[in-house]
Design a protein around this ligand. Structure first.
Ligand SMILES: C[S@@+](CC[C@H](N)C(=O)[O-])C[C@H]1O[C@@H](n2cnc3c(N)ncnc32)[C@H](O)[C@@H]1O
Length: 663
């Protein structure tokens, strides 16, 4: 009874904050949504909040200054933005929310002009917790924001100062009303930048910037805490919002580069795929970007002219497989980079869309394919379709996207923006190039699809974009990703757009389309789909197999030859030697890899044990299979990477094919 009464009693905001902090839960009435490519996600209220209400905790690992520094050394910029440094009991601490635990606090964006909440510390079990409280009443639909504090937050600045690494003194301008903006002194030797920034808020902020991190000095900080409740918050505490903006001081010198799947685009923070991707890397600050993101960024802030682009390509690690995809093709030439306009808002998925468009328009013209794929609990049906004019059309749409407001409520907006639609139904999304209005068509079968397509083609109306993945059941839409029913599916899907799963699903489908093996995927769950690459001999494979391409050539093959878009030519990366009969003696030297390593008989036997079937069938091994082989045969293959093994299998397959053909 007493328990019941306690439950019913409305908790005071601080009590509520303590309760939610203890339970590690977010409050109802708030939701995360994707806002835009520029801003990323944000948190929105779905209910009314009153001034003073507790909203959310900025949840993460509470770590010391030292641990914070250590993590900042190893974190990519994209993760550093989730590190919230603050002062508590005279100590510099940090809540690291880099790990996405699904909590909403980490997604709250900055607003220094009209924020509706404020970050405060409360003490729970002797430890500080960062909690957001409403500073005014908040209506449903409003985005929750707080003031990150005075700093050079890039999104606040209309003009960004770009600093030459060698520049010794730079004036910085804060967008805030405060007048105490002083000089930013830069002492730079490229390897270590020390900045003393004096900016004003309620007090003077002193920040030491080393390499690429911000540390608060023993001075007043960005934001001073007002006590929430004396026994909870009994001393002056100060805050610094998530670390950000350091990359802006670099005058980027970018090169096209093969980038590890672990590294994210500094602009959209998104991975492209589980595999290594080709993008741009700044030689000075080692940030990475999708090419389209980089172009967009430098058009936005007018720094384009100050950016150097080199055509030099980076070294590839022999661990990484570079997929031959159109998204790679985008990154191939510095020429293109300097001349091509930035067109994409939703870089990540649009990259894939573009990949699909150009690749499939080459060799899948007039094809309409339906693919049933089950995923999770529901009976999802993926319809994948392709239209003859897809390339031109997607091009047109990409251009138009610049002028389209993404923030519309239109059901069709998301798919059109994304280019690739993921929803659950027998419905298929189609769109007309004239109107650019996507509409849900209740297409029940391939025949219907084809008819629809033919009808629209005849009427000058074209099916748009590939792949289209559309799922629903009984006219109720279920989200393909989280499986929940959604009345506003298109809008809901925006929340998933950054998820790797979507990108991976699309990648798989694209690969399957490209290889013409979509029908084989009928009824499979996405997790079960493993697309085996088949070895396709090309002219260049007719040369002596021992003379495999250099890494550069392989990279160029993988990234640069869009005219080969219709052919899946596996780049020969020469990460291992070609194992001919004499492979045990064969030695190939890769200057980048240093020591040449010949294949021993034991190694060959170990690999053959696993991949004889692949070689006979002319199939490529996947990296996972190679890793499994390596583990199973441990320690025989200790000198070989999974990629080495993969190359071995491929090269063997090529040799065998050649032999068969010559017979
Ligand atoms: C703690 S995260 C907030 C969540 C973030 N929007 C996301 O999608 O992950 C901080 C980052 O959000 C972005 N951000 C925050 N406030 C912003 C604003 N007002 N305008 C644009 N971007 C903002 C910046 O990229 C910043 O580095």
């Amino acid at each position: 009874m007493a328990e019941g009464v306690r439950r019913r009693r409305k908790l005071k905001p601080v009590e509520e904050a303590i309760q939610f902090s203890l339970e590690q839960k977010d409050k109802n009435g708030l939701e995360g949504r994707f806002i835009s490519h520029l801003k990323g996600r944000g948190v929105f209220s779905c209910t009314d909040f009153e001034k003073g209400d507790f909203l959310l905790e900025y949840r993460g690992d509470l770590i010391s200054k030292e641990e914070c520094e250590r993590r900042q050394r190893i974190y990519h910029d994209a993760l550093k933005v989730f590190m919230f440094e603050f002062r508590y009991n005279g100590k510099l601490l940090c809540v690291d929310a880099a790990r996405d635990d699904g909590s909403l606090g980490r997604l709250v964006n900055d607003d220094h002009i009209n924020p509706n909440s404020r970050m405060k510390t409360i003490r729970v079990d002797g430890k500080p917790h960062l909690c957001l409280f409403a500073t005014r009443s908040i209506c449903p639909g409003e985005e929750i924001t707080y003031d990150y504090g005075d700093s050079e937050w890039p999104w606040r600045c209309t003009t960004l100062s770009v600093v030459e690494p060698s520049t010794l003194e730079v004036n910085t301008l804060s967008q805030s009303e405060d007048t105490d903006v002083e000089k930013l002194k830069v002492v730079s030797d490229q390897s270590e930048l020390d900045f003393s920034i004096c900016a004003a808020s309620e007090g003077l902020e002193k920040v030491t910037l080393k390499k690429d991190r911000l540390l608060l000095d023993d001075q007043d900080c960005v934001e001073k805490m007002s006590p929430v409740k004396e026994h909870v918050l009994n001393e002056e505490q100060s805050f610094c919002a998530p670390v950000e903006g350091v990359k802006e001081v670099c005058r980027h010198v970018v090169v096209t580069s093969a980038i590890s799947s672990m590294d994210k685009c500094a602009e959209c923070v998104g991975p492209v795929a589980a595999l290594k991707w080709i993008g741009l890397r700044c030689k000075l600050c080692s940030s990475f970007w999708h090419k389209s993101c980089y172009l967009k960024l430098h058009e936005w802030d007018g720094r384009r002219s100050s950016c150097e682009v080199s055509s030099e390509e980076d070294e590839l690690s022999d661990e990484d497989y570079i997929p031959q995809s159109e998204s790679d093709h985008q990154s191939d030439s510095s020429d293109e980079l300097t001349t091509r306009p930035a067109r994409y808002d939703q870089a990540k998925l649009l990259d894939i869309q573009e990949a699909a468009s150009s690749k499939f328009s080459e060799h899948l013209r007039s094809d309409v394919t339906t693919l049933n794929v089950s995923k999770g609990k529901g009976k999802g049906v993926l319809k994948v379709m392709e239209a003859a004019s897809v390339y031109d059309e997607s091009d047109l749409m990409c251009h138009e996207e610049q002028f389209t407001d993404f923030e519309t409520d239109s059901e069709s907006d998301f798919p059109r923006k994304q280019g690739s639609v993921v929803c659950r139904s027998t419905d298929v999304l189609m769109s007309s190039p004239q109107s650019h209005n996507s509409k849900l068509l209740n297409s029940k079968s391939t025949v219907t699809l084809r008819e629809e397509r033919e009808r629209s083609m005849a009427g000058g109306d074209h099916c748009v974009q590939s792949p289209k993945i559309s799922c629903s059941a009984n006219r109720k839409n279920y989200c393909y990703i989280c499986g929940k029913p959604q009345s506003k599916l298109a809008r809901h899907l925006k929340t998933h757009m950054a998820e790797v799963e979507v990108v991976q699903a699309l990648s798989k489908l694209l690969l399957a389309m490209e290889k013409g093996c979509l029908p084989n995927l009928q009824g499979k769950s996405l997790d079960d789909i493993e697309i085996e690459d088949e070895i396709i001999m090309t002219d260049s494979d007719d040369s002596d197999p021992e003379e495999s391409e250099s890494d550069d050539e392989a990279l160029a093959g993988a990234a640069g030859n869009s005219s080969n878009a219709g052919v899946q030519k596996m780049p020969i990366e020469s990460t291992t030697e070609l194992p001919e009969e004499s492979e045990s003696e064969a030695e190939t030297e890769n200057p980048r890899r240093g020591q040449k390593v010949s294949w021993s008989n034991a190694e060959v036997t170990a690999v053959m044990k696993h991949f004889e079937g692949h070689i006979a069938k002319g199939k490529l091994a996947t990296l996972t299979e190679c890793q499994q082989c390596k583990s199973a045969e441990d320690p025989v293959l200790v000198r070989r990477s999974a990629q080495n093994i993969r190359d071995f299998v491929r090269n063997r397959g090529i040799s065998l094919k050649r032999k068969t053909q010559s017979k």
